[in-house]
Design a protein around this ligand. Sequence first.
Ligand SMILES: Cc1cc2nc3c(=O)[nH]c(=O)nc-3n(C[C@H](O)[C@H](O)[C@H](O)COP(=O)(O)OP(=O)(O)OC[C@H]3O[C@@H](n4cnc5c(N)ncnc54)[C@H](O)[C@@H]3O)c2cc1C
Length: 476
Amino acid sequence: MASWADFREMEHTRLGYWIKEAGDVTSLPPLDADRDADLLIVGGGYTGMWTAWYARRLAPDARIVLLESEPLCGRGPSGRNGGFVEGMWTSLASMRGRWGDMPALAVGHAAEAAVERIAAFCAEDGVDVWFRRGGYLEVATTPAHDGTGRAALAACEDLRVPDKLRDVTAAEVQTRCASPEFRAGVMEPGAATVQPARLALAIRRRLLEQGVDIYESSPVRRFREAGDGVEAITATGARVRAPRGVLAIGSAAKAAGGPLRDRLTVASSHIVITEPVPDLLEKLGWTGGEAITDGRALVHYFRTTPDGRIAFGWGGGRIAMGARLHGRTEVDPDVVEADRRHLLDYFPDLAGRRITHAWGGPIDASPTHLPAVTSLPRSRAWVAAGYTGNGVGPTNMVGLTLASLALDRTDDPTRLAFVDAKVPRVPPEPFHWIGGEAIRAGIASKEEAEMAGHRPGVISSALAGVPKLLGFHIGR
Ligand SMILES: Cc1cc2nc3c(=O)[nH]c(=O)nc-3n(C[C@H](O)[C@H](O)[C@H](O)COP(=O)(O)OP(=O)(O)OC[C@H]3O[C@@H](n4cnc5c(N)ncnc54)[C@H](O)[C@@H]3O)c2cc1C
């Protein structure tokens, strides 16, 4: 087991390893004067930046302004995530249940196309974001989770897209990554991993080359209708006016009010990363770059890096009271300690190796577990969030949709089922937080018992079953 001294040496910060590894980049100046634009985008994460990217392609002469509150784009979850680039085939069964067969298939194909566009972006000259297509494995780690991924697999077969996911036996899983805990699962062969902060910075750089006006350190304090369009006012009082706007502010969409306020839960996810352990990866046979998750609702997700580290995340962080994005949502020593323990459960040979960094970030969890694009009144602006920890690939798909919507086009991307979809409401605060934390504790306790081979308690099982009773979806 890692010694306490090793653990104390670990850097536990809000921004984490990827942003540090990506290196220093000079911030762009804040907005300091009023200006007009053809398209206003608030938020410089992947959603906002991909929206600008596609808007630039669809309207080469448009004046596109993007406002980001942090000193650098990509400092939110977009630069801090696990770097899994997936489509949405593992959500096919749940999409089908929500939207019907054809709409679910259309989103599946659109999300897959987004992964291919990201692959093409990463193959461009000068873009080094560690894109590696090693596939995504979802594996059971306890008999209680056997059958994980089977519903999505069955949906793919049923809807005649059998090549999108495939069965993986326990023996094959062991050849790909020989953790003593891993059992059978399913694989999405087209999935990849990236260094997320490098990806965010690469998009930012390309946008600047293409004449998109990005203002950093420019938090928007008010966003409202103005004349025939919309207006954003930043903390210094400077304004941008445009006929159309996009709010791509991730988890901040809940606290901002508006249509997603009652349709999001802000939870927290944390990641720890080891020192380079290439010898151990060889021993595990984990040299194919596979991105892996277990089958828990409070999911563990893990991948390797080119220098042989293991990044290991856990989606079991606390629910953010009042949707607060900082504090324990980003730096939570208790959750990091649990994450470290779970890492050693899955990879006991890591005992004695160092964990070098830990960090966390907010998850914009939707009751449907699926992204949502919602029109603000009079369709002059749109807000997008709800990726529920699976946004690296889907933000590109949503960015294409938002660009089309904001340029008043009607085309296939604007007809996808997540546009103005019906999403169940979450209760108001403080009931939302109290209930959410109770359910989280119930699921965590149930899953700990399952991992230990015990029967989960009646209360934890009952609490873990509440989301389903409410029509909410937890897990894939
Ligand atoms: C720890 C962690 C691990 C994850 N792992 C994965 C993974 O492996 N694979 C995966 O697919 N997904 C993963 N995710 C989810 C993924 O990171 C997100 O779905 C995705 O980054 C969402 O992008 P976004 O642009 O919508 O939001 P964000 O990245 O949150 O960007 C929103 C931006 O808006 C800015 N902003 C907010 N308010 C304002 C304002 N008022 N004015 C101006 N700017 C504002 C923020 O500063 C931020 O830069 C993970 C998330 C976390 C936290």
